[in-house]
Design a protein around this ligand. Sequence first.
Ligand code: CO
Length: 453
Amino acid sequence: MATMIREAQELVQRVREGDVRSLGRAVSLVEEGGPAAMAVLSACHAANAAAKTVRIGFTGPPGAGKSTLVNRYARLLRAQGETVGVAAVDPTSPFHGGAILGDRIRMQGEQEDAGLYIRSVATRGMLGGLAAATADICTVIEASGKSRMLIETVGVGQDEVEIARLADVTVVVMVPGMGDDVQSIKAGLMEIADIFVINKCDREGAERVESDIRAMQSLAETDVWTPPIVRTTAIAGEGIAELEAGVQRYLAQRADGLQRRRQSAWGGRLLQMAQRELLRQGEARGVNAANMEMQAAKVAAGANPYELVQDVVRNALGATEMHLDHLGVAVKSIAEARRFYETLGLRVEHEETVEHEQVKTVMLPLGESRIELLEPTAADSVIGKYLAKRGEGLHHIAVHVADVDGTMQAMLAAGIRLVNAEVRTGAGGHRYFFVHPANTGGVLLEIVGVKTA
Ligand code: CO
């Protein structure tokens, strides 16, 4: 872990120094979404603390010419000495995973320009949807010190609205000749616009679009800012300077609101990030396909899937630290013994017969841990013999560890005597082994954990 963090910091340092290859590598690592992604993002965020990248989002219906508009705008910004990052988001693009979208080919010449970096947003390994993926990629590109970050989305769905919220300034791009143009655009999109662009103004109907927008604006409550309407013909480079003037005006007038906007964007993002992290950690601790397949076999054999899932998740959440997993109590009859514990207020959560141990078990949750009642299914089983020799009573205590195999290896290496020298699978799919009482002060100790992928 420490190595991974150091490597991420070194990579991000090269990104900050302007190494384009390192930037590409950093974005790819984040796209892959593995443990390195978190380290890279964290290092990028630290690098961005001092940076003042302005994020400008472009959204609007497909066919509005947003790519051309963004390309032209990026060129204008470069000519003015700004450095520019572009994240192009197209959930339908067949080019996902590639660095350059098909319609970016005309910008290829500019890929040589170190002050311009274009990347399509791929979501291969990323959890949390397109907006989260886009936010992460922006964070990485911004670490290269770009003064402007342009985010381009296709379409008018919920994803696009969410992505637009990532931006400091949101540009909604409309186009003439789309039937009931403005009415067909979702109200949500109208609400997020800081600037309207009517692109392809060489076409018939630009007037109509503009008057429709104005009509809608007159209905809306007047805020301190009425989004200006900029007419462009991006393909000819017309209106691009006016767009930049609109952006500058917005930034100047709304400077006080910018911080609040970023903060409110973080509220939603943090929830997403925490959920994503929960998923990631869960996956490493048994909430994964391999373990579920094992659990499915138990469901097929009659186990209760609702209880199984509770077990799996509890294990995943509890696996961060060592804790007392359960107390194993040997009893002659579970049916009889559980009556007392149920009177005490405990509830049986899991019931299972573990064939290879010749034992029937029930688990009764008790705070962070549980009481396990063990009833032999054969007189010559381990528990059967225990009962014959000692009578009913506390049989073992079980300690939950994150890494059962690692713990066993460490004990073997230390010469500790184990009851069984390999990890077994027991009730609830938990993996366990027993440490001989000779080492533990006379207590039979079970070490238990979940299967890790
Ligand atoms: Co046990």
